[in-house]
Design a protein around this ligand. Sequence first.
Ligand code: HEM
Length: 532
Amino acid sequence: GVSDVYAEPQAEGGETHQCAGGDVAIMTTAQGIPVADNQNSLKQGARGPTLLEDAHFREKMFHFDHERIPERVVHARGYGAHGYFELTESLSDVTRADVLQRVGEKVPAFVRFSTVAGSKGSADLARDVRGFAVKLYTQEGNWDLVGNNIPVFFIQDAIKFPDLIHAAKPEPDRDFPQAQTAHDNFWDFISLSPEAMHMVMWTMSDRAIPRSLRTMEGFGVHTFRLVDAEGKSTFVKFHWKPKQGLQSVAWNEAVKINGVDPDFHRRDLWDAINAGDFPEWELGVQLFDDAFADSFDFDVLDATKLIPEELVPVRIVGRLVLDRVVDNFFAETEQVAFCTQNVPPGIDFSNDPLLQGRNFSYLDTQLKRLGGPNFTHIPINAPKCPMAHFQQDGHMAMRNPKGRANYEPNSWGAEQGGPREDPAKGFVSVATVEDGPKQRVRSESFADHYSQARQFYISQMPIEQKHIGDAIVFELSKVERADIRSRTVSHLRNIDETLAATVADGLGLPLPEPAKAARATIMDLPPSDALS
Ligand code: HEM
């Protein structure tokens, strides 16, 4: 008998038997066939070969063999939780988005925090950017705000993203280091991409080693648009501000925590929520119009720049509360699929070339990661509002259209004809006027790579500045090639001379010449009118 194989007593809670009965459900196969013995495969004789006929064994093993799916190509290590978003100030003056109209109304939310470069099993306290991806299940469909904890990005154009990530991930021949920054490839790429220097200042600061996922800010990074019922649009930057305050650890603390508990951040979030200590963030918006955009020293379409809060104050309009852990990590946190493209009517994109590229990227990767085009049928990804369309079939289709018509236009009546478009309520893109020659150039307005990097550095307290210098010395000390170290320091000279001197000294390097405007390699193209 099955229970013969257990010594008694051994099971938790004083239970000694391992069989169903009473409140304990009967185990079945995935086909629902009750299982009599889950310990022994079917054999010919007690010591004989296992039989192909053993459907239970075959199904169990087949399913186990297929448990893994690809980890995310970036942001592989993440941790999610459920909660809600509540509007505290109406934005009806600037947007028709239903979720931003009525004060006090709540919609369900799911948030996934992540590191960017490490693999799924990497340590939580790595020096890295953190993802801050929010899915709001609104009455007009899912709104995904797929942000980070740093308000700017390394690059300005999505075409450089595969190179950035290749350079940051383990090197292809040796498959190390797991750490994003501490290697030749990363700093080689950075030192040849001066537009990265602003974000490098942030990632070398304590911002890149948060104390807790609960003590991080979040940023939409790109300029988006809010759009009212008349089609008038206002530019917007989105912010999440932690009620817990912004807190980081120091590098020597991070190193120890990683060693003792690589799950420190996920454990902290799990414990806090289960203890009823629900983390909360305020949603803030920076709103501005074309006149401000034109007057701004930088380009609002350039994701390596932020808009100083002194120039455009952050208006707090809502709160996000996380109050429930997942039932199952894989089903929810691992299978959740965010996409910058998912915005309800009343929210729209800007021409930020990084955002435009992201809009193409996420669906594509999720088709592969989640095994087919029907990943919106997975409960964590399914909208929680009425939904009707004629998309059908494909692997794992669980929600095919009902009735006779699966096309449109059709002349079947309301009963059989299915859903119809609604020009008034449906999503309408802002009717911007676009013009200009088709060409691969970067706007001159994207050219200043150092001013905001300097602004960030000098805004830091002396101890924070010291941490930045120490971090750069530590990271560059892992770089083998002296020319890469030196080229990086040549950019620091354009940011802050003291920082450059400190780092050069820390590395034992002679101080290099300041970097020339490296943009020449990208922008030494004929002016646009010469091309037309
Ligand atoms: C995840 C692409 C820039 C935030 C991902 C994934 C891809 C991707 C392919 C994996 C998605 C999945 O498997 O579900 C890109 C490209 C970028 C870019 C092509 C630039 C051209 C950014 C920026 C941010 C960001 C600027 C922040 C503002 C995130 C976050 C995730 C993510 C938070 C994780 C989402 C999750 O938790 O599931 N990105 N990304 N990405 N990206 Fe990006």
